[in-house]
Design a protein around this ligand. Structure first.
Ligand code: CDP
Length: 279
C-alpha cells in the first residue's frame, strides 16, 4: 500500500482489473450460516479467494473476570490467520495486525449487539482465516455478524462490510492482494444497513476528499449488496417453504385420518353389552 512501484498493470487499456473485474465490481461472494455443530452460531464465507470461518459462543461467563462489565456484555473477538492461509507461511499466534483487527471487529460488533441485556457476560467471536487474498477483515466482520444471528444473539441488525481503494489513479471496489500491495489506498468500511451507521472505517494510503467520498459511496453500495447475501444465508438455514414440507404435511394428514378411524372403531367396541342388539 502507499504506491509501492510494480511492473504489474493493475488496470488495463479497457479499464479492467487483473482478474477482469470492472472498477466497481465485487469478487464472487458465498455465505453459509450454521456450519459448525459445537459452536452456538457460525458462518462460512468464500469471497474471491478468501475463505473465512466465524464461530460464536455466548453470552457466557466472562473470562478473564476483570473484564466483566456489571452493566452489559462485552464482545471479544479473536481474529486469526492460519499459517497456511498465505503464500509465505505466516508465523502462528497473535501479532500486532491480528490484535488490531480483533479490536476493530469487537468494537464494530458491540454497536449492533444488545449488550445491555446480558450484564457481566462475554460474547466470544472467533474468526479463522483459512485462505487470504486481501479484505479478510471485511470478510471476517461479514461472517461474524451472520454467526451472531445464527447463535440467536439479539442485535439491531447485521453488519455488512467491504473495502474500496485506489489503484493506478482509479477508485476501485474490493481490492485483491496485488491491488492492496501495490495500490495507492485501501478503505475498509463496515455499516449497519438498516440505519446507515458506519461502525468500521479505516484508511491506508492517500486520497483526496473527492476520491475518499467516491470510495465511500462505492463501498457503501456494495455493503447493501452483501447484506442481501447475508440475509439469504440466514433464510436458507431458517426458512422453510411450503414445498419443502409438502411431504411432511401429507404424512401428518394421513396419520390424523388413521387415528380418527381407530378412535371410531374403539368407540364402537366400548358400547355396553345391554345397549347392544338395539333397544
Ligand atoms: O486482509 P485485510 O485486507 O483486511 O488486511 P491487510 O493487513 O491489508 O492484509 C492484506 C492481505 O495481505 C491479506 O489479506 C493477506 O492476503 C496478505 N497478508 C499476507 O500475505 N501475510 C500476512 N502476514 C498478512 C497479510
Amino acid at each position: 500500500m502507499g504506491g509501492i512501484t510494480t511492473d504489474i498493470k493493475l488496470i488495463d487499456e479497457k479499464g479492467l482489473r487483473l482478474d477482469g473485474r470492472r472498477p466497481d465490481e465485487l469478487r464472487p461472494l458465498k455465505i453459509e450460516a450454521g456450519v459448525l455443530r459445537r459452536a452456538d452460531g457460525s458462518a462460512y464465507v468464500e469471497w474471491g479467494e478468501n475463505k473465512v470461518l466465524a464461530a460464536v459462543y455466548g453470552p457466557r461467563e466472562c473470562h478473564p473476570r476483570h473484564r466483566q462489565n456489571p452493566a452489559r456484555a462485552i464482545v471479544q473477538c479473536n481474529y486469526n490467520m492460519a499459517s497456511f492461509s498465505v503464500s509465505d507461511r505466516k508465523r502462528p499466534g497473535p501479532d500486532r495486525r491480528s490484535q488490531e483487527i480483533s479490536k476493530i471487529i469487537s468494537e464494530a460488533l458491540e454497536h449492533v449487539v444488545f449488550t445491555h441485556l446480558f450484564p457481566r457476560t462475554s460474547i466470544d467471536v472467533y474468526i479463522e482465516v483459512l485462505q487470504a487474498n486481501a479484505g479478510t477483515r471485511c470478510a471476517g466482520l461479514t461472517a461474524a455478524s451472520v454467526a451472531l444471528a445464527d447463535a440467536g444473539v439479539p442485535m439491531k441488525d447485521l453488519i455488512a462490510s467491504c473495502a474500496a481503494g485506489k489503484v493506478a489513479d482509479t477508485i476501485i471496489l474490493d481490492l485483491r492482494k496485488e491491488e492492496d500491495n501495490f495500490g495507492q489506498a485501501d478503505v475498509p468500511l463496515g455499516i449497519v444497513p438498516r440505519t446507515g451507521e458506519i461502525v468500521l472505517l479505516q484508511m491506508d494510503g492517500d486520497l483526496t476528499v473527492e476520491e475518499f467520498n467516491t470510495a465511500l459511496t462505492m463501498a457503501t453500495d456494495a455493503c447493501y449488496r452483501i447484506y442481501e447475501t447475508q440475509k439469504d444465508a440466514l433464510r436458507q438455514k431458517y426458512c422453510v417453504s411450503k414445498d419443502d414440507i409438502a411431504g411432511d404435511i401429507e404424512e401428518a394428514a394421513e396419520n390424523i385420518e388413521e387415528s380418527k378411524k381407530e378412535n371410531e372403531l374403539e368407540q364402537q367396541d366400548d358400547v355396553p353389552d345391554d345397549q347392544e342388539g338395539g333397544q
